[in-house]
Design a protein around this ligand. Sequence first.
Ligand code: C6P
Length: 401
Amino acid sequence: MDIRSQFPILEQQVYGHPLVYFDNAATTQKPLSVIETLRRYYTTINSNIHRGAHFLAAKATDEYEQTRRTVQHFIGARHSHEIVFTRGTTESINLVASSFGERYLGEGDEVVVSGMEHHSNIVPWQLACGRKGARLRVIPFGDDGVLDLEAFRSLLNEHTRIVAVTHVSNTLGTVNPVREIVDIAHSRGVPVLVDGAQAISHMAVDVQAIGCDFYCFSGHKMYGPMGVGVMYGREEILEELPPYQGGGEMIKDVSFEVTTYNELPFKFEAGTPSVGDVLGLDTAIGFMQDLGLDNIASHERELTEYATRRLMEVDGLRVYGTAPMKTSVLSFLIGSSHPYDVGTLLDKLGIAVRTGHHCTQPVMTRYGIPGTVRASFAIYNTKDEVDCLVNALQRIAPMLA
Ligand code: C6P
């Protein structure tokens, strides 16, 4: 398959230069097959699901539930009802923090997160802790961006109620040893949520092999549409949690005196979901499976190694995040220049990178920097594009001095 031809958005010029899209950790571009699924959904079967007694409703419901099974197999879940559709990682984590917090957190309890979490895996827990008089404990990491597992062990105690860690850091690219983290936490009887937002499109994920209790991710970072995400939760633990939101679909019976809740996964899917986007997610998973997750990983590894080597040719460039296990994220600064200046100059040369704190302000505080320039790669990126970035940086570096 000619991969780039599947992504017409990449063919355009920006400010007179061919677009180089290196902001894939923020969102990936969408292949034609996903765009076609959205078109087909809205032109042929658009309907509300689980409710109507008519042909379109049945068809939309079938495809929606088929996607749940696709996701189940994609991440190796035991049951399809362990897959809950949300709007994205942020909503998935808020769901868990809110429901789990409501059920299990109390005065003096502790929630362990890591120092490299996205704000989406900090703030929902802070809110939950605030409601219950619990507190956050933080796993530190070294200068290379590797979590300190000894410190993690020593943070666990009889007050720890849950551990919430990212599988891959969106800023440093570190792949965390989630299997080991789960083993350590489980040996103390503590459940684990893994934020998979930056892992899901870069490696094969098997939630049973990881052993985690929750795994959260977004469709739009894995070649799928915006507006859909997944919260995987182990059946036994989901059964015990109260609903997150109230509304249609999540109930069995409602009266003004008492309401009983629907079975899994519907208990956690109140209201009309983004059906077309869910179907687009099915197509996006098919796109990745056709390419092969291992092939995606090896292409991106080669590109990241190449880019890391070539970036070192730029005078004064420092990379943040040098863990031995990394995905295709490269955060850097040049001399004393501000990341926004670098990003703006690159943009004028057609190169899209992200600049700033990347919603990980504690990471920036850890390094004592205002932010970084971040280039992040996907399956359609090429070494020529990396060369283009390096040439551009060499061209602008004197302007930054
Ligand atoms: N990171 C980035 O540019 P949402 O916005 O819900 O799809 O994903 C939130 C989120 C949660 N965890 C991690 C590790 C993430 O990287 C993100 C999103 C984007 O790095 C946007 S800030």
